[in-house]
Design a protein around this ligand. Structure first.
Ligand SMILES: Cc1cc2nc3c(=O)[nH]c(=O)nc-3n(C[C@H](O)[C@H](O)[C@H](O)COP(=O)(O)O)c2cc1C
Length: 366
């Protein structure tokens, strides 16, 4: 089935679904998301869209034909490159993967809990990093048709199934596995909530070990960026950014989903608040989409201000994710010195409306 049709049917029955008890809405949405993703990953659009040359950009000497790509977690097992490349994406990001295979969360009888809050252009997920593990994923062929201008990034994370030190050693071993994957152009280390304490915690010593054991020993060009939570405060960001630059990381991504429910709830459409309360009280989970738009911009703008003060003597980029859903967001990012954007929730909301034109429509909004 064409995934856009599937998505449209789902959106058209949402008013009916919203009459079900919250638990059943979440059950259906979680199951439906998995079916949809399976279908989407197999889907090959009839025509390949090539973004207008004026949107092309370069980071670390790598060409990106547009300043927008999926964010991590959409293609956890390295699926879907050919699909998004044909849609006109400016890059592809696989993962987040972990050293050990993980089945992800099963809670209250629901596997990989997820709910879309469509009136608020938001979503909440409590997936729990399902993936096949780095030994398998570092060996896969991501595509047989890699497209110039659509490079491949890989998101990897210290597995929560080991203590900090063992987890870090395993993460470093995984970084080497991806270093040896010939199709991967850059790495994103997922250091986001809930595995870091807001404001720093033990992230800095971990970054120092990664720099010593991996960054300084790379034998090919493989930029490494670190993705943090949008729940960071600008004050918490400063010492981490200073250290990332000092250690010669190649960029920062701000950022991941939020668990700052008190701040998010007032931003939601009142039609969604009951479902939001039910989900956050019974599962927890990270909020994505529109409620993160201002926060991701604020943090990235702060990072950009710091960067112009710190003046690194190597190429260091700011990547924004959180609430991106239109061209104005990309333009605002550029105006604030942000090099690249990623989207997840906005991508699927726009995809339901624009289908195969999801990227081309966005870039013709001007
Ligand atoms: C269903 C789902 C799964 C996600 N999985 C991951 C993941 O595995 N790794 C990661 O770094 N971020 C993950 N994220 C966070 C997104 O990559 C992104 O940072 C966040 O959703 C904010 O962007 P958005 O507002 O465009 O959705 C996930 C988000 C969603 C909605």
């Amino acid at each position: 089935m064409n995934p856009q049709f599937q998505s449209k049917v789902y959106h058209s029955i949402l008013p009916l679904l919203s009459k079900l008890p919250a638990h059943w809405q979440i059950h259906l949405a979680s199951w439906g998301r998995q079916q949809f993703m399976h279908n989407f990953n197999q889907y090959q659009p009839k025509n390949s869209i090539i973004p207008q040359a004026k949107y092309g950009t370069k980071m670390w000497g790598i060409e990106f034909r547009a300043p927008l790509a999926n964010s991590a977690g959409m293609f956890k097992n390295g699926e879907g490159y050919d699909t998004v490349a044909a849609l006109g994406a400016g890059a592809y990001i696989g993962g987040t993967s972990t050293a050990n295979p993980r089945t992800g969360n099963l809670k209250n009888g629901i596997a990989l809990p997820f709910i879309g809050l469509y009136d608020s252009k938001a979503a909440i997920n409590f997936l729990g990093l399902p993936n096949l593990g780095d030994e398998v994923l570092s060996q896969i062929n991501i595509t047989s048709n890699k497209i110039k201008g659509c490079p491949i990034g890989w998101s990897v994370m210290r597995s929560p199934d080991y203590d900090e030190s063992e987890g870090l050693n395993k993460l470093i071993a995984s970084l080497w596995l991806y270093h040896n994957h010939p199709q991967i152009d850059f790495i994103e280390i997922n250091e986001s909530c809930p595995n870091i304490k807001i404001g720093g915690g033990s992230i800095i010593p971990r970054l120092q070990i990664i720099a010593q054991e991996f960054l300084g020993k790379r034998t090919r060009k493989l930029p490494v960026v670190v993705k943090l939570s949008t729940d960071l405060t600008p004050e918490g960001l400063t010492p981490i950014l200073q250290e990332l630059i000092r250690l010669k990381f190649d960029g920062i991504n701000l950022g991941n989903t939020s668990i700052d429910y008190t701040n998010i709830k007032p931003q939601l459409n009142s039609k969604d608040t009951q479902l939001f309360d039910y989900f956050t009280q019974n599962f927890g989970g990270g909020v994505s989409g529109l409620p993160l738009k201002n926060k991701s911009l604020e943090l990235c703008a702060e990072a950009s201000r710091l960067l112009s003060k710190l003046k690194p003597n190597h190429e260091f980029h700011i990547i924004r994710s959180g609430g991106i859903d239109c061209l104005a967001d990309i333009e605002e990012s550029r105006a604030h010195g942000i090099s690249f954007n990623q989207w997840y929730t906005g991508f699927f909301n726009n995809y339901a409306r624009d289908g195969d034109k999801v990227y081309s429509k966005l870039f013709s909004e001007a």
